[in-house]
Design a protein around this ligand. Structure first.
Ligand SMILES: [Zn+2]
Length: 497
C-alpha cells in the first residue's frame, strides 16, 4: 500500500493553483531526491542564494499536500502534522502556530508558484544538501520516517491524532521531524485521517550500491545497481588526483572486503595513473568515492551512457591538454598603429597570431583558440571573456608598438603577479628571435592582461614607427622565427618537451 499522500499529485490538479507553464530548458540547477533527478517542468531558480522550486515538485515528490488560496495568495503545505502557510512575496511563514522568516519570499515566475525548497523540505523532515560543484540540490528522505508514521497509526492513534487535531503545534511538528530521522516519530501518521496501512520500506530511500570498479586500457568503469545518479567528477591538485563521488551510494560487500582500514586500492599499469583508491567517503549522505592518483596532468572523459550497460558509468583517462588563447590585437575598424610606411598594426598582429596558432596546433598537449582569426573588431572585454569563460590556461596577446622614429625594441607586458613568470619566460625566448633591443618585462594594467584570470601577457614585438623594426616585422621569415620563439616560450613555461 502506498503512502497516504500519494494522491497529492492528482489532488493538485483540482486545486486552483496558478497555471504551471512549460518553460524552456537550460536549468543550471538540478534537484535530486535520494539520488534520483527530479524532473521539473520549470527549472529551479536561485534567488539570493536560495533555490526556489515549482510547487508541483513539493506536492509530487516530497510527500506533501499543497493547497492554494487565490484570494490571500497563500500556499498551504501539509504533511502529517506539519503545516506550513506561505504567502507570495512575503517572508513570513506560518509553521504550525508559529511564525518564521524566510530568506527569500515565495514568488510567482511565469505563472509558476515557486517555493524555497530547503526551508520546505527541512520542515517536512528531509535532509537537504547543496553541491556547489554540480549546482545541485540533494534531498534525502529517510525510510524510517514513513515506516514510523505507519507504526504510529497502528499503535497509539488517539494520542497522535489528538495532538495533530490540537492544531499542528510545536509537538506535532517536532514529532514529524523526529519521525523522519528516527524510528520514534509517531505524530505524522496519526494526523492524516487516521487510516492505518502496513509499513513498507521506501524503495527510494535505499542508497545505491557500487558493485565493481574496473580499470582496463584507458577506461575506468563503475558498475552500480542502477539506483545512483551520475558521479560528481572533480580535480584536485598537489598531488594531482581525479575524484569521482558517487552520490547516495555505498560500496558493496565485495568491495568493502578489500578495504584496508577505510580505503581500498586497485593497482594500475598506465602512463597517466599511479593507482586507484576507493572508500565509503561519507555516510551522511552516503557517498562512495573513487580517486585516481595521477602521474601528471590528465582528465576523465565520460563515455556516453548508450555505450554502456544500465547502471554503469565509464570514463576514458586521457592526457589533459592545455588551452592557450592567442589574441591578435586590434582588428576590423580598429587598425591599431599605422606603420612608418602606412601598414596597419592589426595586419601584423593577425599574421603573427595565425602563425603562432598554426604551430601550437601541432602540439599534442596544447589546444589553441584565437580571439579573432580574421580582420574583425573584437571588444577588449570580449577578448577577456573569451579566455575566462573557456577557462584557458594561458593568454597571449600580440601587438606592434609605435612611438618615435628612433624607438626600437621588444617589450613583454604583464599586470597580475601570477603572470610574471609567464612574461619572463616568453620574453627570454622572444628577444633573441626579434634581434631588437631588449626593452624588458613591464607591468601595465592593459585591459586584456588585467581582466584575464589565467597567466596573461601582451607582447610588443617591435616598433612599427621605426623603419628597421617595421621592415622586419612585415617580413615572412622574421614572423616565422618570432612565432616559433613564442611557441618555444609557451612550451617552456608549460614544461612541455
Ligand atoms: Zn596594439
Amino acid at each position: 500500500m502506498k503512502r497516504l499522500w500519494v494522491g497529492a499529485g492528482l489532488l493538485l490538479g483540482m486545486l486552483a493553483l496558478p497555471q504551471v507553464a512549460m518553460a524552456a530548458g537550460g536549468a543550471t540547477t538540478q534537484l535530486f531526491l535520494n539520488g534520483k533527478p527530479l524532473a521539473a517542468e520549470v527549472p529551479p531558480r536561485i534567488i539570493s542564494g536560495n533555490t526556489l522550486v515549482p510547487v508541483r515538485i513539493i506536492a509530487e515528490n516530497l510527500g506533501a499536500k499543497v493547497g492554494w488560496d487565490d484570494r490571500t495568495k497563500q500556499v498551504t503545505v501539509t504533511s502529517g502534522a506539519t503545516k506550513l502557510v506561505l504567502t507570495i512575496d512575503k517572508p513570513e511563514v506560518a509553521v504550525g502556530d508559529k511564525t518564521e522568516q524566510l530568506e527569500v519570499a515565495p514568488t510567482i515566475v511565469e505563472g509558476n508558484t515557486m517555493l524555497p525548497v530547503r526551508f520546505v523540505a527541512e520542515k517536512l523532515g528531509l535532509k537537504v544538501t547543496w553541491d556547489e560543484l554540480t549546482r545541485s540540490v540533494f534531498l534525502y528522505k529517510k525510510s524510517s520516517g514513513t515506516a514510523a508514521a505507519d507504526s504510529g497509526a497502528n499503535g497509539g492513534t488517539s494520542g497522535a491524532g489528538g495532538s495533530a487535531a490540537a492544531g499542528a503545534g510545536a509537538a506535532g511538528s517536532t514529532g514529524a521531524n523526529a519521525g523522519a530521522g528516527t524510528a520514534g516519530g509517531t505524530a505524522a501518521g496519526g494526523a492524516s485521517a487516521g487510516v492505518a496501512h502496513a509499513a513498507e520500506p521506501d524503495p527510494d530511500s535505499k542508497p545505491g550500491i557500487v558493485q565493481a570498479i574496473d580499470f582496463t586500457g584507458d577506461r575506468l568503469t563503475i558498475k552500480t545497481n542502477g539506483v545512483t545518479t551520475k558521479p560528481n567528477l572533480f580535480h584536485l591538485s598537489g598531488p594531482e588526483r581525479l575524484v569521482l563521488d558517487v552520490p547516495y551510494a555505498v560500496l558493496d560487500e565485495a568491495l568493502k572486503a578489500k578495504l584496508n582500514g577505510t580505503v581500498g586500492e586497485i593497482a594500475v599499469q598506465h602512463p597517466l595513473a599511479q593507482k586507484i583508491r576507493f572508500s565509503n567517503y561519507s555516510s551522511d549522505p552516503p557517498t562512495a568515492r573513487i580517486i585516481i592518483d595521477l602521474k601528471g596532468r590528465a582528465e576523465l572523459v565520460p563515455v556516453e551512457a548508450k555505450q554502456l550497460q544500465p547502471g554503469q558509468f565509464a570514463y576514458d583517462l586521457k592526457l589533459a591538454k592545455y588551452l592557450v588563447v592567442i589574441d591578435a590585437g586590434h582588428g576590423g575598424k580598429d587598425s591599431g598603429a599605422i606603420s612608418v610606411t602606412g601598414k596597419m598594426e592589426k595586419t601584423f598582429n593577425l599574421a603573427m597570431a595565425t602563425k603562432v596558432s598554426e604551430l601550437l596546433r601541432k602540439e599534442p598537449l596544447i589546444e589553441v583558440q584565437m580571439t579573432r582569426s580574421d580582420d574583425t573588431f573584437v571588444e577588449l572585454d570580449d577578448r577577456v571573456a573569451f579566455a575566462n569563460t573557456r577557462n584557458a590556461d594561458l593568454f597571449l596577446s600580440i601587438h606592434g608598438n609605435k612611438y618615435t622614429a628612433s624607438s626600437t625594441g621588444t617589450e613583454t607586458y604583464y599586470y597580475r603577479d601570477e603572470s610574471l613568470d609567464f612574461a619572463k619566460t616568453i620574453h627570454k625566448h622572444l628577444v633573441p628571435a626579434t634581434g631588437f633591443a631588449d626593452r624588458g618585462v613591464r607591468q601595465e594594467p592593459f585591459r586584456v592582461v588585467k581582466g584575464t584570470t589565467m597567466p596573461g601577457i601582451l607582447v610588443e614585438v617591435g616598433y612599427l614607427s621605426n623603419k628597421n623594426d617595421e621592415k622586419k616585422m612585415f617580413d615572412e621569415a622574421f614572423q616565422n622565427q618570432v612565432a616559433a620563439s613564442l611557441v618555444a616560450g609557451i612550451k617552456d613555461y608549460l614544461n612541455i618537451q
